[in-house]
Design a protein around this ligand. Structure first.
Ligand code: SAH
Length: 248
């Protein structure tokens, strides 16, 4: 079973490409994909690109052209819920699009013609990612917390404290209290729902979506989030392999 590992940023992907066995480069849809093996498991690596449409195209290409049978996403996000701090990890349980509003035709946040506001992650895959996140962080000897819950996605970099507060309040009032905000996950979750393939995602909290959100973002990604992503994906792929070996 081919697992696609989707990274949000190039810095996060680099370590994975370096570890890939029998790497093969495939160019498609203006994107570069790398297929090969990690710890003996068939994988394809991709950069999601930024924003919902770009991420949806990448996910669709992974499934249609690269044979991805499940997708795992790693990236960074802004913390929204109290207690979700910079350096923590959030493993998604489900995604909501915070900028979807077809009211009054459809309820706020509902995706027209899907009759739902949220797309859930695959419970087993998310469970494995949660386990790998704890194992990966323990291996790095870091005291970061791992949270599990709802993530909100939208085509906006949230970088003001009042905006972050308003977003958290509006979603919470509608029954969708989010842990974090980013720009791609809900789109990939929707594509995976359409194709019926398992999806899971983890995000390292890079900022609190407030007025300091842009400060040292590249440095954080390079020095912290990339190391987290690598350690967690490494633990995750080993776990996938172990469970496959146990079944065999
Ligand atoms: N500086 C980067 C652009 C980052 S855009 C570059 O030059 O490539 C922000 C990325 O991090 C998006 O992929 C988004 O998913 C995530 N993200 C982190 N913090 C966020 C926030 N506060 N609001 C929205 N997205 C955020």
């Amino acid at each position: 079973m081919t697992t696609a590992i989707l990274s949000a940023l190039a810095e996060e992907q680099q370590g994975l490409i370096e570890r890939l066995h029998q790497p093969r480069r495939v160019d498609r849809a203006g994107r570069v994909f790398w297929s090969g093996e990690l710890h003996g498991a068939p994988v394809v690596l991709a950069l999601s690109r930024i924003g919902k449409v770009a991420a949806a195209t990448t996910a669709t290409t992974l499934i249609e052209a690269l044979g991805a049978q499940r997708i795992v996403f790693t990236g960074v996000a802004g913390g929204l819920a109290p207690g979700v701090q910079v350096g923590d990890v959030v493993v998604a349980q489900a995604f909501v699009q915070h900028d979807m509003d077809a009211s009054p035709l459809f309820p706020r946040y509902q995706i027209p013609l899907y009759d739902r506001e949220r797309f859930a992650c695959d419970a087993a895959l998310a469970g494995a990612l949660l386990h790998a996140s704890r194992a990966g962080l323990a291996q790095l000897a870091l005291p970061a917390s791992v949270h599990h819950g709802l993530i909100a996605s939208g085509d906006r970099f949230v970088s003001a404290a009042d905006e972050a507060r308003a977003l958290h309040t509006a979603l919470s009032d509608a029954g969708h209290p989010p842990l974090a905000v980013e720009m791609e996950g809900a789109a990939v979750a929707q594509v995976c729902h359409d194709y019926g393939i398992p999806f899971a995602a983890m995000r390292t909290i890079s900022d609190r979506a407030d007025d300091t959100a842009h400060v040292d973002f590249p440095k954080f990604v390079r020095e912290v989030a990339s190391r987290y992503a690598l350690a967690i994906i490494d633990a995750f792929v080993r776990e996938l392999n172990n469970s496959r070996d146990r079944r065999a």
